[in-house]
Each structure stands twice: as structure tokens, then as C-alpha cells.
Design a protein around this ligand. Structure first.
Ligand code: ZN
Length: 339
């Protein structure tokens, strides 16, 4: 028979989780009750959580002072592999709205996004709103689509318009400001697209082959007339095989490709395998520089904006593949290239 003490202890142990849960619920309710007062005192802006920097950039440009935008994925973060932290999950539940890319770019965010949806949060899968006729297929069989649409500013313009409409629905009081800000941003995106067309058209036609670490540039290639090959597939979750590397070495040697590119979010090891493979066949191919593929550059820099990211990529590709582009890019704002 247990003594009264151990019985009490057992009872306490059994009840402890229940008590803790009740306490937490009471605390949470108390905090929630405080929230509106704190909000009006310190921050009455719309709280937006965006998955990628590119979407956060659009939301920031459109909402301006009326919103606080938090990007879950910073520079150098690979969205294919990114798993949300506990803080991220909480941020998503606390936000007024969540904007993400979709088409499986952020595969490991799926559960957190679903939880936010279940909690009644307005969620926008920005790229999934595009008609599929605008998208490139990822795989004929299972009807998936290539998610990397930001690489074509002309398509990204449609995505930005979707973000604008979503923000106006979320915060109709500031509809006029959002519409005006979006117009200004969209005009700059059109300039960006024109600039990219101009500089990339200077690359000799037989040099318009873009080889990168993974398949992020298909939309870019479609828009600007480049054959695009990534060593890894559409998602960095798949590994490149020996045969993939050999096929690409053939392509490089046969077409006398001068430069291939590393990416800010993917390891360089496969790119280095291509360089040594080509060298073994007597062909010298260099690294043309680092492209921003699935994330922008550092916050506070020009390359840390969507326009700076694409300007950097277009300028670097044009220069490395025998074309001409202003050394500091479209607006004279690009940092000096180290390559
Ligand atoms: Zn990618």
C-alpha cells in the first residue's frame, strides 16, 4: 500500500501537466487581453509574415509605413530545405496575414501554414494564384510547376499585383496608399525587365548557355533567351548524379562555355566538379560569379532588394558570357564584382 505522502506525490505528478496547462491558458488569455492596448500604443501597423525576401520586398514596397513585414528566410537561406523555428511558427500565428510563394518552394513550411490557415489567418500563396499557362511545368506526370517565378520580372509583376490586392483586402483603410505605392514599384520592375533584356541581348547567341548549381533559372532563360541547366534539379533536396555531371561537362566542352555560376543558397561543390571535369578534357571554364537564386543579398544593401538581386544577376551573366553591361549595373548601385 502506498503511504499517504507518495499518494499525494503521485496525485500531484498526475495533476501537474493539467495545472500547468491551465496556468498557461490563463496567462495567455491575460496577455491576449493586454494585446490591443499595447498594439495601439506601440504599433498599429499590419503585421505581415512573408516566406521569402522577394515577397517581403514586394510587401514592404506596397505597404510602406502601414505594415511591419517579417521575412522568414534571410540571405543565403535555401527555401527548399528551410524548416521553421518555434519562433517562426509563433510569428505566423501572431501575424495579421501570411504571404508565401507556393508550388512546393517552401515544402517544410506546409504544416505551419496549415495551422495558421486553420486558425482563420488570411494566407496568400502568391504564385499559386497565377494561371498555370504562365507557369513552366516541373514534371509532366504529376502536374507540378516550377516555383522560381521571381526570376522573370514580367511574371513577378503579376505576383506583385496579387500581393497588392491581398494587402488591400487585408487592410482596406489604406487601399489608396497601397495602390499608389504598387504603381511606383511596378514601374521600377518594368525598367528592370527592360534593362535585363538590353544587357542580356549583348551576349553572343552561341554563348547563351546558363549553367548554375540548381534549376532556379528556367523562367529567366525563357524570358531572356538562354538555355538553362542546373546541376541539381528544381529542388535542392535531390542530389546530382555522376551522369548529370558528365552530361554537363559534355555541354560545356562542346559549346565552349566560358563561365558557369555558383549560387548564394547552394554549395559550390558540384560547380567545382564541373570545372575539374572540363579541365580534364582540356577546356578551361571559370566561375562567372555568384548569382542570387532563391534568396536576396544582405539586408541594407542594394543586392538585398529584389531589383538589386535581378540587376546583379543580369549584369553578372552578361559580363561573364561575353556580353556588355555597365559595371555597376542598371542604376550604378551594384557592389564591385570580385570575380
Ligand atoms: Zn530553388
Amino acid at each position: 500500500m502506498p503511504t499517504p505522502t507518495t499518494l499525494r506525490t503521485r496525485l500531484r505528478n498526475a495533476l501537474a501537466p493539467l495545472l500547468a496547462a491551465t496556468l498557461a491558458a490563463t496567462l495567455a488569455a491575460g496577455l491576449a487581453a493586454c494585446q490591443p492596448t499595447e498594439d495601439t500604443q506601440t504599433d498599429d501597423t499590419v503585421q505581415i509574415v512573408a516566406s521569402t525576401g522577394m515577397l517581403a520586398d514586394a510587401a514592404n514596397a506596397i505597404a510602406g509605413e502601414h505594415a511591419t513585414v517579417y521575412a522568414l528566410m534571410g540571405p543565403g537561406i535555401d527555401p527548399h530545405l528551410y524548416a521553421p523555428t518555434r519562433d517562426d511558427a509563433q510569428r505566423m500565428l501572431d501575424a495579421d496575414t501570411i504571404i508565401y510563394n507556393g508550388h512546393l518552394l517552401e515544402g517544410r513550411l506546409t504544416d505551419s501554414i496549415q495551422r495558421a490557415r486553420d486558425a482563420g489567418k488570411p494566407v496568400l500563396a502568391a504564385v499559386e494564384t497565377l494561371p498555370t499557362s504562365r507557369l513552366l511545368a516541373a514534371d509532366e506526370e504529376d502536374k507540378q510547376f516550377d516555383p522560381h517565378v521571381w526570376m522573370d520580372p514580367a511574371i513577378w509583376i503579376d505576383v506583385v499585383q496579387t500581393v497588392r490586392d491581398h494587402l488591400i483586402n487585408t487592410d482596406p483603410d489604406h487601399a489608396d496608399a497601397y495602390a499608389a505605392n504598387a504603381d511606383a514599384y511596378l514601374a521600377r520592375l518594368r525598367e528592370l525587365d527592360e534593362y535585363a533584356q538590353q544587357v542580356l541581348a549583348t551576349v553572343p547567341e552561341n554563348q547563351r548557355i546558363l549553367i548554375t548549381a540548381h534549376d532556379a533559372f528556367n523562367y529567366f532563360g525563357e524570358r531572356y533567351g538562354f538555355q538553362v541547366r542546373g546541376i541539381q534539379g528544381l529542388s535542392t533536396e535531390s542530389e546530382a548524379g555522376v551522369q548529370d555531371i558528365e552530361n554537363l561537362v559534355d555541354l560545356i566542352v562542346d559549346n565552349n562555355v566560358a563561365a558557369i555560376f555558383v549560387e548564394s543558397t547552394v554549395s559550390d561543390s558540384n560547380i567545382n566538379a564541373l570545372i575539374s571535369g572540363a579541365r580534364a578534357r582540356g577546356h578551361t571554364v571559370t566561375i562567372g560569379g555568384e548569382l542570387y537564386s532563391d534568396a536576396m543579398g544582405n539586408p541594407g544593401t542594394y543586392e538585398g532588394t529584389y531589383i538589386g538581386m535581378i540587376d546583379h544577376n543580369a549584369t553578372l551573366i552578361a559580363q561573364a558570357l561575353g556580353g556588355q553591361a555597365p559595371p555597376a549595373g542598371m542604376q550604378g548601385k551594384l557592389a564591385a564584382q570580385t570575380e
